[in-house]
Design a binder for this molecule. Structure first.
Ligand SMILES: [Zn+2]
Length: 774
């Protein structure tokens, strides 16, 4: 057993063949026991030389290489803790990587060449790497395990027009005679091999700072003017997390880079986070909100939980991912208020609950089919909610002090769920085994039924909580119950720990509301048998996001006029969901409701809320709103402009196509969706060139995926067979541009659209589709 100590790399790239030519100097030491052998991960490489360094000279070593692992016989027995340096000359061939003769693994190439020969004129040439879980050993020989830590230096030689990014600091740049440049990056703090990163391409680098450290954003030049709009909260986030954790941001700098065709959402490489293209929003999109803010917080929090202290094995990924997931709630709460934090937490809960299969998995998992399987709704969303409950149970001061204890005790080392437990026990003095056994080492969640009984004669209220989950497992839950009489509430702290628990409270005046789980933190599914009167009281007096949301949901379900209360809720997403619910409600036409929605359409400061109100009024096709639509059609927010366009088209359908064409020049988001709808619905044979060109020019995106179905539908109207085939070519071209690992998700959509077109058009077109869609 050897440990990594230091990794020095010298790499060049062959864009023609998508190869990396590398030289590695890897310093290691036997962990404890003396050894004369070394096993390195080195996937799919050509190995040209393996030597041991003796001062500046090399002594060649015997080795055995099976395409995945490099077994090296050392020149002597090295003692536990004795450093030695191995030199390896190698070629990395990520696109030719085979795993034991099976198909190439497309999502674990480690090193990705994007448009390396520049054949696609619409796409820049880039290189980026993706290490997690164990893929960096495709481009550097290493011990590719998360419990290893090493400092590093990387010399990257690239065409001089490109910018490079790696971990740590850029120490120097040297121009070479052949038109290349060698950048020297150095990371002098130890980190895990999967967190190594290299990025190469034409990027604008926008620089902020935090306490003298560089905070930078690597974006394509079109996005340089909006880079701060997208990433600009980063310094404030670093400050917030550093202060909350009581551990200063531990690294030398913090860079974020956006890569084309990235295979995951984002990746927390130490000091060099990589984001997928969805991070890009233009100025108008940003008016509707920073869509990537949560992900930016998530990856940043990993710089502590994941990078500073690293999951010892993939079984313990919770100490990385549950924390990073929960950081999104922490940030939202801090930056946008308690409602925003609670809404983020609730969203995570719903995502976990939406996949019933997840309830069977333990959070910490020692058995899994594939190490990639642990990156799921349990490790992220459920784990985040487990931390939310934990914070509520121990209190804020103890929660953050415990996290500080975990980080400072284990910094630059691996960590496990057990060490997290000890950190909490040391701070709180409480036994936490029950909590860890139930939530971290266990599976599932409570499913509860809550009933109420009032005995006015005895002056006693009873709350009956029954756990009905089919597993038979009974959860232990510390719960707050608020008993309301008018605006006055009294809090009771109780423990649920049996299949059925009954709690009773004395009263002199019958309570208006008994609010179980008053802090709304429970990770459970509940049926809460409150009365309509209880919910009306809850909507008025209970303070939290979920209190109001539950009440509004109830009013909507029962068709109660109190639903309109949601129109003046202080939290914009609740105003929006109220507007949506009103559409299907029998009070939709009430004068008071209309008045409330008109007010939002005219004065709401939140653009998405304003847009929802305008879209609501658009559906009335009432001519009196024409000035409102005209006024908002040029709004900078795509959602407001889209709703206004929908309104105008409803009033003047004949003008619709011309308007859609006019606004199609700059139409993304909701405006893009409305424009697409109109163009495809109203477009005629004569508009083929415009429509086909517009479709072709759309960037690879979810929007384009939706537009593809619409475009296939439009082609049904086209009589000219050459044009129909041209259209099919464009759809297939788009499909072929979707990275392979997403094909299984998107192909059914493409197929159903094209099959429908084939059916409508007959044999010639069906055959054409069959022979071209592969
Ligand atoms: Zn993460």
């Amino acid at each position: 057993m050897n440990d990594l100590v230091h990794t020095k790399l010298d790499v060049r790239f062959d864009y023609e063949r998508a190869y990396l030519y590398g030289k590695a100097w890897i310093t290691l030491k036997p962990h404890f026991y003396n050894t004369d052998s070394l096993l390195l991960d080195a996937k799919g490489m050509d190995i040209k030389e393996v030597s041991v360094m003796k001062g500046s000279s090399k002594t060649k070593l015997k080795y055995d290489y099976d395409g995945m692992e490099l077994r090296i016989t050392l020149d002597k027995v090295y003692k536990g803790g004795e450093n030695y340096t191995i030199y390896i000359d190698y070629t990395s061939k990520p696109n030719e990587l085979k795993v034991k003769g099976s198909a190439a693994i497309t999502d674990a190439k480690g090193l990705y060449f994007i448009n390396p020969k520049g054949e696609d004129k619409d796409k820049p040439t880039q290189i980026w790497t993706q290490g997690e879980t164990e893929a960096n050993s495709v481009w550097m020989p290493t011990i590719d395990k998360p419990n290893q830590k090493t400092t590093d230096e990387i010399y990257m030689t690239v065409p001089a027009k490109y910018v490079t990014l790696s971990n740590g600091l850029l120490m120097s740049q040297k121009k070479n005679a052949d038109g290349t440049r060698t950048d020297y990056w150095k990371m002098d703090l130890p980190h895990a091999p999967y967190l190594f990163f290299m990025g190469v391409g034409e990027f604008s680098v926008i620089k902020d700072s935090y306490k003298g450290k560089e905070v930078s954003y690597y974006v394509e030049k079109d996005y340089a003017p909006v880079a701060r709009g997208i990433f600009g909260y980063t310094p404030e986030m670093i400050k917030f997390f550093s202060e909350k954790l009581g551990v200063e941001f531990p690294w030398q700098k913090y860079a974020q880079i956006v890569g084309r065709d990235y295979v995951s959402g984002a990746m927390e490489n130490t000091t060099a986070t990589l984001h997928q293209e969805s991070a890009y929003q233009n100025a108008r999109e940003l008016v509707d909100g920073k869509a990537w803010e949560g992900t930016i917080a998530h990856e940043l929090f990993h710089q502590w939980f994941g990078d500073l202290v690293t999951a010892e094995s993939w079984s313990h990924i919770t100490v990385n991912e549950s924390m990073a997931d929960y950081s999104q709630t922490l940030w939202m709460e801090y930056k946008h208020g308690k409602d925003a934090g609670d809404a983020e937490n609730y969203k995570g809960l719903q995502e976990y609950l939406s996949n019933p299969g997840e309830s069977k998995k333990d959070l910490v998992r020692f058995k899994y089919a594939d190490k990639e399987d642990v990156f799921d709704l349990v490790s992220y969303q459920k784990g985040g909610r487990i931390h939310h409950m934990l914070r509520n149970y121990v209190g804020d001061d103890a929660y953050f002090k415990s996290l500080n204890n975990y980080l400072t005790s284990n910094k630059f080392k691996p960590g496990e769920a057990g060490q997290m437990r000890l950190a909490f026990e040391e701070v709180t003095g409480r036994d936490m085994n029950w909590y860890w056994n139930q939530w971290f080492y266990g599976s599932g969640n409570p499913v509860v039924k809550i009933d109420y009984n009032y005995d006015d004669v005895a002056g006693k209220a009873m709350v009956i909580i029954e756990q009905t989950q089919k597993t038979g497992k009974v959860f232990r839950l510390p719960i707050a119950i608020d008993v309301y009489t008018g605006a006055v509430k009294k809090r009771y702290q109780v423990w649920v720990e049996n299949k059925i628990d009954t709690f009773s409270f004395n009263y002199t005046q019958k309570p208006d509301l008994i609010n179980v789980d008053a802090d709304k933190v429970m990770l459970w599914v509940k049926t809460d048998n409150k009365t309509a009167e209880n919910y009306v009281h809850q909507a008025k007096y209970a303070p939290l996001f979920l209190d109001r949301k539950e009440a509004l949901d109830y009013f909507a379900k029962k068709g109660m006029p109190e639903l309109a209360l949601g129109l003046t809720d202080k939290f914009a997403p609740l105003r929006i969901s109220t507007i949506t619910k009103l559409e299907a409600s029998k009070i939709a036409e009430d004068a008071k409701v209309i008045e409330g929605i008109e007010k939002i359409a005219n004065t709401d400061n939140d653009r998405k809320t304003k847009a929802a109100a305008i879209a609501y009024l658009a559906k009335t096709s009432n001519i009196k709103y024409k000035p409102l639509f005209e006024k908002n059609i040029n709004d900078s927010s795509y959602s407001v402009a889209g709703a206004a366009l929908e309104g105008l088209v409803g009033l003047e359908p004949a003008r619709g196509y011309e308007l859609a064409k006019k606004y199609s020049i700059d139409a993304k988001g909701d405006l893009g969706a409305v424009v697409n709808d109109i163009i495809i619905k109203e477009g005629t044979e004569a508009d083929f060139d415009f429509i086909a060109n517009r479709f072709d020019k759309m960037p690879l995106s979810q929007e384009k995926l939706e537009a593809a179905t619409g475009f296939a539908g439009y082609l049904e109207k086209v009589q000219n067979i050459t044009n129909v085939k041209k259209g099919i070519d464009l759809i297939i071209k788009f499909r072929n541009a979707v990275p392979e690992q997403f094909r299984s998700f998107v192909d059914p959509m493409f197929k159903s659209g094209l099959n429908k077109l084939g059916k409508a058009k007959g044999k010639e077109i069906t055959d054409y589709i069959d022979s071209n869609f592969k």
